[in-house]
Ligand binder design. Structure first.
Ligand code: FE2
Length: 257
């Protein structure tokens, strides 16, 4: 059992005792929060070593979807923003291959950190996924890998960057761009897909924790040009007993249990 305070960046121990609620408004406004050096070097070292050690067991996935993660709609042209095909390639380690003694489990299960996340997200409780694969994932993006433009189905995403790539692999987003007068704004999305407008890029380095609301904010990770990017996703539910869909588990892990 690790004392969580030993692996958290020095600025944060005090912050946990103050209310994360101060960040809640900022998240609503900006759509994203970046906590620099959330994990200290010692804590990161263990995680990086573990990620490198088990990488050979990871599953390489390639998935294709549209920005809305919805089935093809024949009312729209094939190349419209509604139907245009985006793609993601990466490698992924599911939860059941991560050591029980890993710092990742300590962080994910920590009462004090979960309380901090709950305050920021304005929710009462956070629960793990009700399957053995989906709660904590290690994602590897090597040369040519990236995450195409999309809106999330989930209300929020929590990530921890543990290895920076050398070129590319930038997180880019448009905050709250999805709707116009309460309707899907397909026109603006088309402009983005045609590279006519550029989003905000987030400069993050290893050790940074990011909390992101992606349901209405279009986002992507540009292709890695050089080096390797390793990113942890801490996946929680606001309701108890929910598994990730079998289809998604098959896509990202190559198996369902
Ligand atoms: Fe996303």
């Amino acid at each position: 059992m690790i004392n969580i305070k030993n692996i958290i960046g020095k600025d944060y121990n005090q912050m946990f005792f103050n209310s994360g609620k101060t960040f809640s408004l900022e998240l609503e406004k900006k759509g994203i929060l970046v906590f620099k050096n959330f994990i200290n070097d010692k804590g990161l070292d263990q995680i990086e070593q573990e990620a490198i050690k088990i990488k050979s067991k990871s599953f390489k996935s390639s998935s294709e979807y549209n920005v809305y993660i919805l089935p093809y709609d024949s009312k729209f042209p094939k190349n419209s923003s509604r139907n245009r095909v985006m793609s993601t390639t990466k490698k992924c380690i599911p939860n059941d291959l991560i050591s029980k003694n890993s710092n990742l489990n300590e962080i994910y299960n920590s009462t004090i950190i979960k309380k901090f996340f709950c305050d920021i997200l304005n929710v009462n409780k956070l629960y793990p996924y009700n399957d053995s694969l989906s709660s904590i994932n290690i994602n590897y993006y090597n040369q040519g890998d990236g995450l195409g433009w999309h809106f999330d189905n989930s209300d929020f995403t929590i990530t921890l960057l543990i290895k920076n790539c050398l070129k590319g692999g930038d997180y880019e987003y448009f905050n709250k761009i999805r709707y116009k007068n309460g309707k899907e704004d397909y026109e603006i999305i088309e402009k983005i897909l045609d590279e006519k407008i550029k989003g905000q890029k987030i400069q993050s380095t290893k050790g940074d924790l990011m909390i992101f609301k992606g349901k209405e904010s279009l986002h992507r990770v540009t292709k890695v040009i050089k080096g390797e990017r390793i990113l942890i996703t801490f996946n929680y539910n606001i309701r108890k007993g929910i598994p990730l869909s079998e289809e998604s588990r098959k896509t990202f892990f190559g198996r369902i249990n």
